[in-house]
Structure formats: structure tokens, C-alpha cells
Design a protein around this ligand. Structure first.
Ligand code: SF4
Length: 474
């Protein structure tokens, strides 16, 4: 039985990454596109289950809707699984509408359908909603379809009863042992078509990887505690490094972008991964993200020694009161120290900041921009606070009448404001984001520093491309 996983063409031809284990996906201002990691995991599990699996990434292949549909129909699948993200849900589900339904089962997977499976009602041409971690749910669903058995016993789905009612099956528990998962089916992806920004990875060809899922913290704006139930599950160091070695040998990968929420939550494991890479003499540049207060000098040194060249630090705000209000549980001094440590050991930093969290005003925005400059981050990303359904922040904006639209296609932190604060309108937030980018990046001192640190022609070309991409959107 053939199954096709689909990354549909994106709205307005923009560059959207949907299917990471990051849950919400998002549009890239610099048109970077990373492999759909979650779809590749699902594909690998299905292949192991004996299915003939294809991935049609119409998004990265820049296919028109018509071309993508023709390609999918040419493959004659018995089952189609469409990857969605919150802001592209309608776009992705409507794509499904035009697919031929001659005996083909159609399923969606993604964040919104996981939170609100009853959304299936809006899409009568879709048969199933896959909720939560999709790998084993997709497998059991495919097995049920293959054997023409009922799907009632498949946990983690929503489906239609013969009477047309939406039936929601019990939740599937999170996968306990991530080592049991096969490596993502990268061989099904057009790997040379993906493009990483300079903030994502230092060397190409690149791929993405995930060594752990979830986070034990509970920041009110974050989907991780919602989707992963505040559990942090990690792969063993040997299993992670086996995958690294595999992509280096098989695909000539030179850069790896880890998509974990918290790569360094367990220091011992992080150090073991580094040691294993050193032991096997693996030569890749890699990037990971973690909380600022989870970094120590010895860990930073070890990360650098094993090839980590970029570290992503979620600071969110340069105002302690705002961090406290969103339960970030992070002292700004700790964040300053993490930037300093990275600089000392030679790891580039990307600071992540959010504009529009509770109590935001122009004064606090200026403090955030100043913070990003003071800590001398190599790059900074300023997104607009987005209240993802299911988060505490979503409830907060509803209760305080701060949500300005319920149109999910606008829940895009890269360029849309769907909330206001008591002191800033949505237009103010969009303006503040532009001001932040300009104040951070358009500084002579910064430009000279960044050019001095990226002397190779390839890196300068990548920098220029991203810089022009970003500036053209401001
Ligand atoms: S620490 Fe990071 S991943 Fe964890 S809940 Fe907060 S923002 Fe999310």
C-alpha cells in the first residue's frame, strides 16, 4: 500500500516550515526552508511498517497547487497525510479539497488539529485528524486502512462516524523511548533544495535533527508544555551520534541544526553527545538551542570542542518584569552570562526575543533592543507575541480582551500581530519589530564585526542574501 506525505504549497508562495517537532511552524523572512522533520519521521516509521512511502514537498519544490496535485495523483496513493501548521491550516486543508478521493484516505496532522480535533468538521473532505505525536498513530491508522479494519481502536485520531459525527479517540501517550524511532526518512526528501539561514547553521550541506523532545519549564506563551505535557524525553547519546555519523557518511552533511527545545537540559547527556562525537572524530558544524541558565563554562567548552558553532538563546525580553509575568523563570543576569560564555569559547549566539508579551510598551521594547545589543549577540530574532491556542498566554489575551482576530492564518509571529497590549496597538507591535531589526542590524560596529567573523566568500554570500532578504521585508 502506498502512502504519500505532503507538504502543501505555502500561502502566497512564502517560505513556510511546517513540520518540525516545533509544532507551530512558521514563515521565514529570509526565505530559509528546513526539511519537514516530523513528516520524515512519520515516513520512516511507515516504511519500517512495510508501506511504500513517498514525500511530496511541494513547498520547497515551489510546485503550484495544480502541479502538486498532479504529482500526488500520479503516485496513486491509498492514503495521503498532509502536514499542517497553525497559520497554514486552512491553506493546507483546502489544498486537500482538490485531491481526487477515489478510494484514497486523507488525513491531516499538526498542532491545531491536535488541540482541537473537532476542527475536522470544517473540512468534510478530510477523513482523519492525527493528533499529537504522529508517528505511531499514522502507522496504526495505515495498518487499519490496509486491512479494511475499523479505525475505532486507533488512539490519537479524530474521524467521522457513518452518521457523520466527529468521533475523537483517546489520546495516545507520548513516545517513551525515542531511541526506538528509526532515523527520519531523509532519502525521500529533495535534500539539496532546503536552505538554511546563517542563523541556523554555519556549514552546508546541512540537515536538521532532534535529539530530545519537550521541555520541563512552563513559559506561558510556549506550545512545548502544551504539546509535550512538560515532559522532556531524550535519545541516548550513542543513538544521536549514530544518526550524525549516518548523515555525514550517507549524504555528505557538514552542518546540523538541532531542533530540540532544550538540548542541554541534562548536562551529562549533552556532554556525552559531545564526547561521542569527539571519540568518533566527526567533523561537522552544529547548532543547538537551550535556556540561557542551562549553560556552564565547562559545557560551553565541550560544545565548542565537538563542533557546536551557533547557540540559540531564548531570552524573550530584556525586562525582568515581563519575564516574570510569562513564567520564564530566567534572571537576565544569567542570560548575559550565557552570551559572555559563548563569546569566550567561540560560539556564535542568536538571541530570540518576543515583542508584545504582557505589559509590553515602547519603553520595554527599547530595553529589549538595548539588551540584545549589550550582550553583543551575533544575531537577533524579534518575533511578535502570538497566542497559540492551548497556551496560558492564549487564555490571558482572551480574558483581557487583547486578541484582535481569531483568523488563524494570521497567527504568524514573523510578521503579523494578532494581539495588542494595554500600551501598544497591533500596528505598534509590527512597527516595534521593524524598529528592533533596524536598530540591531543597521549599526556600523555590528556590520564590521560580523563581516570580520565571516571572512569566507561562501559565508559572506549567505550573510548578504539573508541581510537583503530581511531588510527587504522591513
Ligand atoms: S524554556 Fe523554552 S521550550 Fe521551555 S517552555 Fe520556556 S520557551 Fe518553551
Amino acid at each position: 500500500m502506498r502512502i504519500v506525505l505532503v507538504e502543501p504549497p505555502s500561502p502566497k508562495g512564502d517560505a513556510y516550515t511546517r513540520g518540525t517537532v516545533l509544532r507551530w511552524g512558521g514563515k521565514s523572512r529570509v526565505k530559509a526552508l528546513t526539511p519537514p522533520l516530523l513528516a520524515a519521521y512519520v515516513a520512516a516509521v511507515l516504511e519500517r511498517g512495510g508501506f511504500d512511502v513517498r514525500i511530496v514537498d511541494a513547498n520547497v519544490l515551489r510546485m503550484s497547487k495544480r502541479t502538486a496535485i498532479r504529482e500526488i495523483e500520479r503516485l496513486s496513493p491509498r492514503m495521503i497525510v498532509i502536514d499542517t501548521s497553525l497559520s497554514t491550516l486552512d491553506n493546507d486543508a483546502f489544498f486537500a479539497k482538490d485531491l481526487s478521493h477515489n478510494g484514497t484516505s486523507l488525513a491531516l496532522m499538526g498542532y491545531e488539529g491536535s488541540q482541537h480535533p473537532e476542527v475536522l468538521k470544517r473540512f468534510p473532505y478530510v477523513d482523519y485528524m492525527i493528533r499529537g505525536e504522529p508517528e505511531y498513530t499514522a502507522l496504526e491508522l495505515a495498518q487499519a486502512i490496509r486491512s479494511n479494519a475499523g479505525v475505532e481502536s486507533v488512539r490519537g485520531i479524530a474521524f467521522r462516524s457513518p452518521e457523520g459525527n466527529i468521533v475523537i479517540s483517546p489520546r495516545r501517550p507520548l513516545i517513551d523511548d525515542l531511541d526506538r524511532l528509526p532515523f527520519p526518512a531523509r532519502h525521500l526528501l529533495p535534500q539539496d533544495r532546503y536552505r538554511a539561514s546563517v542563523t541556523m547553521v554555519d556549514a552546508t550541506p546541512f540537515t536538521t535533527m532532534i535529539s530530545s523532545r519537550g521541555c520541563t519549564f512552563a513559559c506561558t506563551f510556549c506550545t512545548s508544555p502544551v504539546f509535550f505535557e512538560r515532559r522532556w524525553r531524550a535519545r541516548s547519546p550513542v543513538n544521536v551520534v549514530d544518526e550524525i555519523e549516518y548523515v555525514v557518511d550517507e549524504f555528505g552533511t557538514k552542518g546540523i541544526y538541532f531542533r530540540d527545545d532544550e538540548f542541554t537540559l541534562n548536562h551529562r547527556r549533552a556532554i556525552e553527545i559531545c564526547n561521542e562525537m569527539l571519540k568518533r572524530k566527526i567533523d561537522v558544524h552544529w547548532t543547538c538551542a537551550s535556556r540561557a541558565d542551562l549553560l556552564t563554562r565547562s559545557l560551553a567548552q565541550k560544545l565548542r570542542a565537538s563542533g557546536c558553532t551557533i547557540f540559540h538563546i531564548g531570552v524573550e525580553s530584556g525586562n525582568q518584569e515581563i519575564l516574570n509575568a510569562v513564567n520564564k523563570k530566567l534572571a537576565l543576569d544569567k542570560a548575559r552570562y550565557a552570551f559572555k560564555l559563548c563569546k569566550e569559547v567561540g560560539i556564535k549566539t542568536v538571541g530570540f526575543f518576543i515583542i508584545g508579551l504582557p505589559r509590553e510598551s515602547w519603553r520595554t521594547v527599547r530595553k529589549t533592543i538595548e539588551f540584545a545589543k549589550q550582550v553583543d549577540a551575533d544575531f537577533a530574532q524579534f518575533t511578535i507575541a502570538t497566542p497559540y491556542p492551548g497556551t496560558e498566554f492564549y487564555n490571558y489575551v482572551l480574558e483581557n480582551d487583547l486578541l484582535v482576530t481569531e483568523d488563524l492564518s494570521r497567527f504568524d509571529p514573523s510578521s503579523e500581530a494578532v494581539v495588542k497590549t494595554p500600551f501598544m496597538s497591533p500596528d505598534d507591535l509590527i512597527e516595534a519589530q521593524k524598529v528592533a531589526y533596524k536598530m540591531f542590524y543597521l549599526r556600523w560596529r555590528y556590520i564590521i564585526k560580523i563581516l570580520a567573523r565571516n571572512v569566507s566568500p561562501v559565508r559572506i554570500a549567505r550573510l548578504m542574501r539573508d541581510a537583503f532578504g530581511l531588510l527587504s521585508t522591513l
